[in-house]
Design a protein around this ligand. Structure first.
Ligand code: NAD
Length: 212
């Protein structure tokens, strides 16, 4: 087989049952990685696992609720038990809530903070020791352009979570460079996934127009 950029690497990806996470899982396998990916949408996740295995790739779906610390422990353990180590974590799982500040309830805020911020924190917390044992690694956090600038049509709660991911990424990077662990955030513009339907709420064309 052709050399892949991720030959010999083991990756864990959150939110991999659909959308960008599923695409990441497929791409990583194509580049030679062994992938454990988790989500709360178990049926869709199993389907993605079947698709990847049909191509001869090595990937395993696990139930992973990123807001739950035990769930993260189990996912990291699965990667190490099945594939021997952990080199890469992609904190991809995320949710959106299309509400302005005054419409946002306390429960809404707690929920989006739990998935988008606590989820990234806990994933990082449990990946770090495994990566250190592997001699280093790479953590990739999926933020958003919403984590860089305000958007007149955007969700302030979502913006707050993605801004938090940006600076948590920097904290991780500066504190764990000495462990040979890199940490980067990715800031996509609009991507046509199920999330964009919720985010754009009929303004899909306006979002599309903003993409150069
Ligand atoms: P998506 O809604 O298709 O995928 C998100 C996935 O996260 C889903 O499979 C969902 O089930 C999963 N998820 C939600 N809560 C979870 C939980 N508690 N535990 C585990 N998994 C959970 O949307 P997407 O566009 O593929 O989103 C992927 C990432 O990209 C998200 O972090 C999102 O904020 C970010 N992003 C999206 C866009 C966009 O325009 N679509 C732009 C910038 C950034």
């Amino acid at each position: 087989a052709a050399m892949g950029r991720l030959d010999g690497k083991v990756a864990l990806i959150s939110g991999g049952a659909r959308g960008q996470g599923a695409t990441e899982a497929k791409l990583f396998v194509r580049e030679g990685a062994k992938v454990v990916f988790g989500d709360i949408l178990d049926e869709a996740g199993k389907q993605v696992e079947t698709e990847i295995r049909a191509t001869g790739g090595e990937a395993t779906y696990v139930h992973l609720d990123v807001t739950n610390e035990d769930s993260w422990r189990a996912a990291v353990d699965t990667a190490v038990r099945l594939y021997g180590k952990l080199n890469i974590l992609v904190n991809n799982a995320g949710i959106y809530i299309r509400k302005r500040i005054e419409e946002t309830t306390e429960d809404d805020l707690d929920q989006i903070m739990a998935v988008n911020v606590k989820g990234v924190f806990l994933g990082t917390k449990h990946a770090l020791p495994a990566m250190r044992r592997a001699g280093g690694g790479s953590i990739i956090n999926i933020s958003s352009t919403a984590g860089l600038v305000g958007n007149p049509h955007g969700s302030p709660a979502y913006t707050a979570t993605k801004g938090a991911v940006r600076l948590f990424t920097k904290a991780t990077a500066v504190q764990h460079a000495r462990d040979n662990i890199r940490c980067n955030s990715v800031h996509p513009g609009p991507i046509e996934t199920d999330m964009l339907k919720e985010a754009a709420g009929g303004l899909e064309e306006a979002y599309r127009q903003r993409v150069p």
